[in-house]
Design a protein around this ligand. Structure first.
Ligand code: DCP
Length: 208
């Protein structure tokens, strides 16, 4: 099961909530690995100079996502934060559309992505989409003060939001690998977790 949603939508909180559940093994996004590749902070470099570092960063994200998709299933349910699909269909697409990632870099990354998903089993059984309003996220990101994210503008969140919606709700652009369960993630944390609990069985059975 992959948990998807814009930056600051509450994916980590949802995963933490399910961490104590015996039947599920939780895979949080490896942001620490992105922030320290033998001493290099690829996430920070990507935000500081996206033209120079987006390809490097997204190539590494693609690798770490693949590793999580392929990690041996130890419990009945594997619950992962994001997927190789949102990395490509939302983030890489956004960088390319925004003119930050040149055509050739985009093509090379796309060839890698196509090769991976044709040859490896990267399809979840269910996507839990934490749907949010970008204005709410902007405020949350400001409050949480992650230093790499201090300069994220509203437009960036809006563009990422549109790409998530096109992919998972309108299903106009890219293939959706499985059913999608949409949850309202504009709610305050505890209310959102209560909603998750109402859908607990669906989430843990991997059915939308
Ligand atoms: N990121 C990116 N490209 C990707 C994946 C993530 O640029 N393919 C960036 C966006 C954020 C940071 O990495 O600055 C972490 O993003 P996420 O939305 O995946 O994770 P959050 O911790 O923001 O999620 P949440 O607040 O929902 O728990």
């Amino acid at each position: 099961v992959a948990v998807e949603g814009n930056i600051g939508s509450g994916k980590t909180s949802l995963l933490k909530h399910f961490e104590t559940c015996e039947q599920a093994k939780v895979y949080k996004e490896p942001t620490d690995r992105w922030r320290n590749i033998q001493g290099h902070n690829a996430l920070a470099l990507m935000y500081e100079d996206p033209e120079r570092w987006s390809l490097t960063f997204q190539t590494y994200v693609q690798l770490t996502m693949l590793q999580t998709h392929l990690a041996k299933q130890e419990q009945a349910v594997k619950l992962m934060e994001r997927s190789i699909h949102s990395a490509k269909y939302c983030f890489v697409e956004n960088l390319h559309k925004g003119g930050v990632m040149p055509e050739l870099e985009y093509i090379v990354l796309t060839r890698w992505f196509d090769h991976i998903i044709q040859n490896e089993d990267c399809s979840p059984d269910l996507i839990v989409y934490l749907q949010t309003n970008p204005e709410v996220l902007h405020e949350r990101i400001r409050k949480r003060c992650r230093k790499e994210e201090s300069g994220i503008p509203m437009d960036y969140l809006q563009d990422l939001h549109n790409l998530h919606e096109d992919w998972l709700i309108h299903q106009t652009h890219f293939s959706v690998p499985c059913p999608v369960l949409v949850l309202d993630a504009n709610l305050e944390l505890q209310d959102m977790l209560n909603v998750c609990d109402q859908h607990r069985e669906k989430i843990l059975c991997g059915h939308g």
